[in-house]
Design a protein around this ligand. Sequence first.
Ligand SMILES: *Cc1c(COP(=O)(O)O)cnc(C)c1O
Length: 398
Amino acid sequence: MAKERLEDLAAFGGLPAFAEPLHVGRPNVGDRKRFLERVEGMLDRRWFTNNGPLVIELEEKVASYLNVKHCILACNATIALQMTIRALGWKGEVIVPSFTFVATAHALAWQEVTPVFCDVNPRTHNIDPAEIERLITPKTTGIIGVHVWGRPCDVDSIGRIAERHDLSVIYDAAHAFACERANRKIGGFGNAEVFSFHATKFFNTFEGGAITTNSDALAERLRLIRNFGFVDADTVKALGINGKMSEVSAAMGLTLLEGLDQLLGTNQTNYEAYRRGLTGIPGLSLMEFEAENLNNRQYIVVEVDADAYGCDRDRLVEILHQENVRARRYFYPACHRMEPYVSRDPVPRRPLPATEHLTASLMTLPTGTAVGPNEIQTICRILRLARAGRHSLGNAPG
Ligand SMILES: *Cc1c(COP(=O)(O)O)cnc(C)c1O
């Protein structure tokens, strides 16, 4: 990492702007007292896992919150994706965006299914339905759409393509808890949707995830698979895995669920503060969301136009890191440029220009309960000062 700091950042007294690192995806904690009460109850019951009362309560509450028939909680979203891929009987090839977290592709590859990487729409950052059609072959068995940044995929077009070619659809909704598409919560689209409740996500259970579906048959199969294939204490009816969520995780989920509106409010306030702070900085654009699709605003996504801004995204991320703002390049690199995919297919089946562009120009900035308006003002001030052409780079001590 380059050592030089911006001269004008001497305004911060020669020290980084923040004494402690501000991370993207710092966990939301929720009401400690309520959480600890639930943990006390769990310890008293000595019931830590295997479909305990907290897991059952959280499954009911999540299903009802998302207005979907079934919620199957899991130990994480990656295993939840794999269980769903198995339950749908996918084999051969599945079409998936390259612009996603690598777990989406890995879940397929781990199940011996070939991920076929598809480009995204440069405006929405979601899988491009027209490109999906061009990638379908006789080996194709399914499509995974990722609701990137919690913005809903074009579920109507994807649904029509799936029907035409007799494919099933999973949505990776890891980013999309509490997000809506035209007043309908994400959770009931496709054959199933998979949420991540990882610590960095909007809604977390330390580690965890959920599969939501309106299909009774799929839900039953998933419950069987999640618990080694056991139907009762001594009978195993299928190849299964251990995909269970523990009670302590469910205790966290139940607690955060009670404070969801507050979390949504915090993220909304932060987003507005970023919008004000970034206004009028040439070359930086804050990702906007359609008014009709409620978004949890867990991701503050900024696109850096290197020419207009005066330095590229990577250099800007370095500058931010020197000020202890741990901005992230997202998703970087794209899946098709990671192993094992890049060695198997050095050239993707079709070019991925939008993916290449986005992975080179996007960064995410810290939000959530860990930052407030003052921090955001300072971050935006750094972004203003760092704009090259107006401020020279100098060597800072240390
Ligand atoms: C976080 C994430 C996952 C993986 O979730 P885990 O719960 O950590 O396994 C999958 N897909 C996307 C898009 C993610 O952001």
